[in-house]
Unconditional design. Sequence first.
Length: 314
Amino acid sequence: MLASAPTSYWIGFHLLVAALLAVDLLFLSHKREKTAQRLAVAWTIVLACLAGGFAVWLRLVDGHQHALEFFSGYLIETSLSVDNLFVFLLLFRSLGLSRHQQHRVLLWGVGGAIAMRALFIAAGVSLLARFGWVQYIFGVVLLMAAARLMKPEAAHGKPSLLARWIQRQSLGESGGKSGRGAGAEMPARRISLTAKTFVLIVVAVEATDLVFALDSIPAVLAITRDPFLAYTSNIFAVLGLRSLFFALSGLLDRFRLLHYGLALILGFVAVKMLLAKWAHVSVEISLVVILGILAVFIVASLVEDRRRRTIMGR
């Protein structure tokens, strides 16, 4: 059983993660924008194929059930990460970061996210193993997250206050006092990415990911309680987050209805967790439901975007 996955599995997986991060750092971070866009799409596909290959490997070494649990967890984490991408996009736009600066910030953010996921999953699995009633707390957390995503403004994160504060820190550090009052509105502008500002932005990204993890970790634990499956599905999704951001950064504004689909997915896994004692929902059904919801709201978003552009005369 993978609940007691051998040490060699953990070591092998982390060697793979280290190799993927090295490739990203050495070969994908200094390309021109047009080339970088194509590479981001290609790297996103490569990582998705690796996740699929990992699921196939699990199928061969441990059976159909665990392979489906991994893939369902990976799909949930990747889907929910799209909501995170909107916040990153608005934050980076507000700060006027260049593509290369965004790449640096997100690469460091991925490293922090991996460590955060390890801690959260270990804590979550331990709590569920010792205190069965914790699953109801997780279920309520997921329902609250679903309710938050159902609000129309969920499609547009609000990092503006944070962005303005980081701008002030950057301008203050470089002596950029312009004579404005302390409470004056600061326009979006490209900031100087000094060491202090870089750390502030990375911390902001990690804080955003922390909020995201509070929703996503209970979601994946509603699919599987196996630490190896929960962790690997999360890390594959996190590894693809940065390249997915650059692959979709020009298209994210078109997915204005997707947050409703993500809310339904969270609501579904919340109900599954809350009613697990009385009703069992197989991982096969969960996978079909998740894929169906995503397909419906992706298509609905694209149709709505086309209608809006037609009305605006674009």
